[in-house]
Write a protein that binds this ligand. Sequence first.
Ligand code: NAD
Ligand code: UFG
Length: 336
Amino acid sequence: MNNILVTGGTGFIGSHTCVELLEAGYNVIVMDNLSNSKEESINRIKTITGRDLKFYKADMLNISEMEQIFEENQIDAVIHFAGLKAVGESVAKPVEYYNNNITGTLNLIDVMRRHSCSTFVFSSSATVYGVTNKAPYTEDMPTSATNPYGYTKVMIEQILRDVCVADPSWSVVALRYFNPIGAHHSGLIGENPNGIPNNLIPYIAQVALGKLEKLSVYGNDYPTPDGTGVRDYIHVADLAKGHVYALRYAFEHKNFEPVNLGTGKGSSVLEIVNAYEKACSKEIKRAFAPRRAGDIAVSFADASKAKKLFGWQAQSTVEQMCEDSWNFTIKNPEGL
Ligand code: NAD
Ligand code: UFG
């Protein structure tokens, strides 16, 4: 079976994808610098799957570390998750974000070229739809960004598109994730952010645990049914399975293909709070607060391309996503 290098494979989405790859029979080699994750993820992936995988603590900014991985392993394809992802931090540290995400990806492409590896699945984001397109988003819409993190995704997609034009042996699928939440149903791996969470579900989880007092609901005057922001939340296990489908597609087709991974359905902040309250059987204290800078009212996918190209479709309900998030949270209150 093929050997897949997973960059960022100890992180939230990467670790779930390693599980799906191993269960589908692929051999997995993980590379991560552990800047936002723990090596313990590797043990948990082994426990869930009963299979072994290789781990390299290595940095995308260090070309010789990546060269070593390609020299020691025959890599058939790369799934590239590694990157910095906090929108607010990217505004404060643009150079660090551009350097880590863009230079890191250029280094990776360079090493892949030297080793004749040209099959690539990239973690892009719905953030590339910017603020002027209207949901449901389709992959042919123009892309743009409002912060350095978003620009790294727009720019890396462009770089990969150009690589595919220059060298027709390349095959790239850029997966545009909507809002991944939830955790593996075992409760062994899940989302584990450092410090006070910025994202909705990790914040709610901390309120449910009693570590944070109340959720600030950013804006109740959006043009949505209950006035709060609407997003397309997708179970991380569904998202992870989408990578296995994308990989199969990339092995069989050459070219650059952007593909949404979402459910196609939006939920409001208050709907998520209600679903989480049911999942954890606790009250989630909340208070309305002003809109958060840079937020849009509504974001959800047109999910038809992934179904048409890969035969993949998300399965889980928002209720299941919240139950799995809570299961991971109570089993790992201090993280991994
Ligand atoms: P994560 O932070 O849990 O995982 C990213 C991993 O990359 C971490 O383990 C980190 O240690 C590693 N990393 C960062 N810089 C590195 C470097 N220079 N060298 C080696 N490893 C490095 O994040 P995640 O939520 O799993 O996101 C994975 C990818 O998906 C990211 O590219 C992110 O931008 C993208 N994405 C995430 C979301 C989301 O809501 N979680 C949404 C859209 C896109
Ligand atoms: N929200 C709150 N209170 C909070 C946190 C969030 O009300 O404490 C609201 C937001 O205003 C938004 C919704 O919950 O309406 C979701 O917010 P998140 O921060 O969880 O997610 P975003 O949609 O803002 O962004 C996420 C990732 C980005 C990615 C984007 C699209 O953080 O990196 O999805 O994939 F680009």
